[in-house]
Ligand binder design. Structure first.
Ligand code: AMP
Ligand code: MG
Length: 347
């Protein structure tokens, strides 16, 4: 891995976007804000450039990249077939946090799609992302800009923690809005199928295209089921300490307090992840508030930052409430369960 001096660019300045576009056109890597999480961008049609993403992230080579575009016409350049459902979903949700899977054309290198004959495409709504795609004149392959296995970055400083010295530049656009990765929908079969839940929920999709399925591998962790999105099979988003989710209608805080006190008495550093509504129920030095239970989007926006904070605090054990009260809660729990390696206690 070649090391370089990573520059931090101010996302409010047009010169920053020009500089970043130049780097991308010279086969370099630039991290940039999107409305979901920060992305790590490279020229999607240049196999050599895309390969650098895998190297910088330590990403398994079978885990394909999402290609970011700024203009719907690009879909017809990158995909060999664009079904009616794709047109309807693009019109309804783009620019925005929805990725669609379509059959790819030959100009898209295998290095970008992990050897698959399909391509993942998204038009982000973040103005910096859109300007960068337009200014570069490229299609930009961009997975989340974290080291593989760490929580996705929702601030430029998170990207720097993981990528300093490994990539040419980071564009600082402040905190992202949504905080969890895009919803992925496979449109290559008869029924649109969710491969990764996100801010765009199943019922939002169904309102546009009718019946929508969910990849069965997402519903129950089953070693015999292979997720259709290769990335969904990896342990992801994990903090360094051991995270346990405590779930139930009554007695959650009592259980967490007793587990936390037991570990603290053994000399371990312990944190609790909770909501604004419940924070006062905990008796632990580190009580981390992810957001408001009554506003699930605040939890989505803060979840990864809170998981990173657990690392900054040097936590050995972390106990979290569950946040699955809404449809968006399902997408949040998908990430939290993976971060916890599916370690759940029911009370
Ligand atoms: P990331 O951008 O890091 O959040 O990861 C992109 C996600 O999209 C991973 O889970 C990939 O496995 C998934 N993905 C990308 N391309 C495809 C594709 N052609 N088919 C299925 N899943 C894909
Ligand atoms: Mg990722």
């Amino acid at each position: 891995m070649t090391s370089c001096n990573t520059i931090l660019l101010n996302g409010n300045l047009p010169e920053s976007i020009q500089e970043a576009a130049k780097i991308l056109n010279n086969k370099g890597l630039v991290a940039f804000p999107t409305e979901t999480v920060y992305g790590l961008g490279a020229n999607a049609l240049d196999e050599e450039a895309a390969a650098k993403i895998y190297e910088a992230k330590g990403r398994p080579s079978d885990n394909p990249l999402i290609v970011h575009i700024a203009d719907i016409d690009a879909v017809y350049t990158l995909a060999s077939e664009v079904p009616e459902n794709a047109v309807l979903l693009m019109e309804a949700f783009w620019p925005g946090p929805l990725t669609i899977i379509l059959p790819k054309v030959g100009i898209v290198p295998d290095g970008t799609t992990g050897g698959l004959d399909t391509i993942a495409i998204r038009m982000p709504s973040h103005p910096v992302a859109l300007e960068l795609i337009r200014e570069s004149g490229l299609y930009i392959a961009a997975p989340s800009a974290n080291s593989s296995g760490r929580p996705s970055p929702t601030l430029a400083s998170h990207v720097m923690e993981d990528m300093d010295g490994r990539i040419e530049a980071v564009i600082d656009g402040g905190a992202v809005g949504i905080g969890i990765e895009s919803t992925i929908v496979d449109l290559t079969g008869d029924i649109p199928t969710i491969l990764r839940p996100g801010f765009i929920t199943k019922s939002m999709l169904e309102a546009i295209v009718g019946e929508v399925a969910i990849d069965p591998a997402l519903v129950e962790p089953d070693p015999n089921l292979r997720p259709k999105a290769p990335g969904m099979k990896y342990t992801h988003y994990a903090p360094k300490g051991q995270l346990t989710i405590v779930e139930g209608h009554n007695g959650v805080a009592e259980k967490i307090n007793s587990l936390a006190q037991e570990k603290a008495s053994q000399g371990y550093t312990v944190a609790v992840i909770t909501t604004r509504e419940n924070a006062s129920a905990y008796d632990c030095p580190y009580v981390l508030v992810a957001g408001e239970r009554s506003h699930g989007e605040t939890i989505a926006a803060n979840l990864y930052a809170v998981l990173r904070q657990c690392d900054d605090l040097g936590c050995d054990y972390i106990y979290s409430e569950a946040f699955g009260d809404s449809e968006l809660g399902g997408a949040i729990m998908n990430r939290l369960l993976k971060a916890a390696g599916h370690r759940v206690i029911n009370v």
